[in-house]
Design a protein around this ligand. Structure first.
Ligand code: SAH
Length: 238
C-alpha cells in the first residue's frame, strides 16, 4: 500500500533505506500522535535531504517518540535550485516568517548577516531550524535549508565562495530590476533600516555583487526577502 499525498511528511536526519528503523523527534511525535492521531500501522513519508522520499510505517506511538519502519522509495533525490538567502535578522515574528517562506520558495541555505543597522543581533538558530524543517515537510521539498551562524557583513563578503553571485536588494539606488543569475546565487536583504552608505560602498567593491531593485516601492525587509526569492526563482524557471 502506498501512502497518500495527505500522509504526514517528516524530515529525519538519518540514512533511509528499505527495512531501516528510525524514530521521530519529540515535536514530530506530538504532531503525529496527538494532533494527527496517527496509530500503529499508519503510513507516513520520510525524507532526509539525501536519499529521496520513502514510505514508512508507524510501529510504535508514544507521546514523545514514534518509531517507524522504512518500506519503499517513493521519489529519488532531485537537484534543487542553488539559491541562498542572506538576510539581516529581524524581530522574532518577521524572522520566523522569512525562515518559513524562504524554505517554501526553495532557498538552499539561510545565512543571517549582521549589518550596521541590524537591531536583532541574537538569532535563535534552533527555532529557525525547526521552522524551516516544518516548512520543508509541508511544501514537499526533499531537503531542509542549511542554516548558518550569524556573520557580520564584511566577514561574509570576505569569505564569499568563488563562483556565486550575490544579488543585493537595494532600494532607492536606481538598480536594474532583479533577474535570475545563471549559476549559483544568493539574495542579500538588509535590515528594517536598510544598508548604510559605508555598506553600500563595501558591496560596490566586490565583483560578485550584483545590485538589484525589487520595484519602486519601499518594501519591508521580510517582504523584500520573499518577493526577491520568488522573482529569482520565477525567472530561473522554478
Ligand atoms: N528604511 C529603509 C528601507 C529598508 S527596507 C528606507 O526607508 O530607505 C529593508 C531592506 O529591504 C533593504 O535593505 C533592501 O534590501 C530591501 N528592499 C526593500 N525595498 C526594496 C526595493 N524596492 N528594491 C530592492 N530592495 C528593497
Amino acid at each position: 500500500m502506498h501512502p497518500s499525498i495527505t500522509s504526514p511528511r517528516l524530515f529525519v536526519p538519518v540514512p533511509l533505506a528499505q527495512g531501516a528503523r528510525t524514530a521521530t523527534s519529540t515535536a514530530q511525535a506530538h504532531h503525529l500522535g496527538t494532533v494527527l492521531r496517527g496509530a500503529r500501522g499508519d503510513l507516513v513519508r520520510l525524507f532526509n535531504g539525501v536519499d529521496g522520499e520513502w514510505a514508512a510505517r508507524i510501529t510504535t506511538v508514544r507521546r514523545d517518540r514514534c518509531e517507524l519502519e522504512v518500506e519503499e522509495r517513493l521519489r529519488g533525490q532531485e537537484p534543487e535550485p542553488d539559491l541562498w538567502l542572506a538576510f539581516a535578522p529581524l524581530k522574532r515574528d518577521a524572522t520566523d516568517l522569512v525562515a518559513e517562506k524562504a524554505t517554501e520558495l526553495g532557498a538552499a541555505a539561510l545565512l543571517p548577516v549582521l549589518t550596521e543597522r541590524t537591531v536583532a543581533t541574537r538569532v535563535n538558530l534552533d527555532r529557525m531550524t525547526s521552522i524551516a524543517t516544518g516548512a520543508a515537510e509541508q511544501c514537499e521539498r526533499l531537503s531542509v535549508p542549511r542554516i548558518t551562524a550569524p556573520m557580520a557583513l564584511p566577514a561574509l563578503l570576505g569569505s564569499w565562495p568563488p563562483g556565486r553571485v550575490l544579488v543585493a536588494a537595494l532600494e532607492r539606488q536606481d538598480a536594474p530590476l532583479v533577474r535570475a543569475a545563471t549559476g549559483p546565487a544568493a539574495l542579500l536583504v538588509g535590515p528594517e533600516g536598510g544598508f548604510t552608505g559605508a555598506e553600500l560602498d563595501l558591496l560596490g567593491r566586490h565583483a560578485f555583487v550584483v545590485r538589484a531593485s525589487l520595484g519602486c516601492r519601499i518594501l519591508r525587509a521580510e517582504t523584500a526577502a520573499i518577493v526577491g526569492l520568488a522573482l529569482l526563482q520565477a525567472s530561473a524557471g522554478g
